[in-house]
Ligand binder design. Structure first.
Ligand code: SF4
Ligand code: F3S
Length: 106
C-alpha cells in the first residue's frame, strides 16, 4: 500500500485524489489518508503530491512509521474524497514544517 505522511497535515493539496484509479483516499479536517485494503499499489498518486507526502509502505521516512497504522485506522472512519478541492488556507506556511502530527485533527 501507499501511505500519506506528515507533510500532508495542514496543507491537504488534494491533487492525489484526482489520479487514484480506485478512489481510495479518505478525508479528515486537515489530512488525507489511503485505505490500505483498497490501494492497488499503482503509484500514480506519489508524484502528484506537491508536498511529497505520499510514500510506498516500504519507503516511509524514518520516524514516520506510525502513519501506516494511522492511514489504516482513519480511512475506516473518514469519508471518501474523489475530487480535488482548494488546499487549506495556510498551506504555503505549513508545507515543509516538520512534526505536524501534533496538529492532526480527527
Ligand atoms: Fe490510489 Fe494508486 Fe495511490 Fe494506491 S498507489 S492510493 S491505488 S493512486
Ligand atoms: Fe495531502 Fe499531498 Fe494529497 S498534501 S491531500 S497527500 S496531494
Amino acid at each position: 500500500t501507499f501511505v500519506v505522511t506528515d507533510n500532508c497535515i495542514r496543507c491537504k493539496y488534494t491533487d492525489c485524489v484526482e489520479v487514484c484509479p480506485v478512489d481510495c483516499f479518505y478525508e479528515g479536517p486537515n489530512f488525507l489518508v489511503i485505505n490500505p485494503d483498497e490501494c492497488i499499489d499503482c503509484a500514480l498518486c506519489e508524484p502528484e503530491c506537491p508536498a511529497n507526502a505520499i510514500f510506498s509502505e516500504d519507503e516511509i521516512p524514518a520516524g514516520q512509521e506510525e502513519f501506516l497504522k494511522l492511514n489504516e485506522e482513519l480511512s475506516a472512519v473518514w469519508p471518501n474524497i474523489t475530487e480535488k478541492k482548494d488546499a487549506l488556507p495556510d498551506y504555503e506556511k505549513w508545507d515543509g514544517v516538520e512534526g505536524k502530527i501534533q496538529y492532526l485533527e480527527r
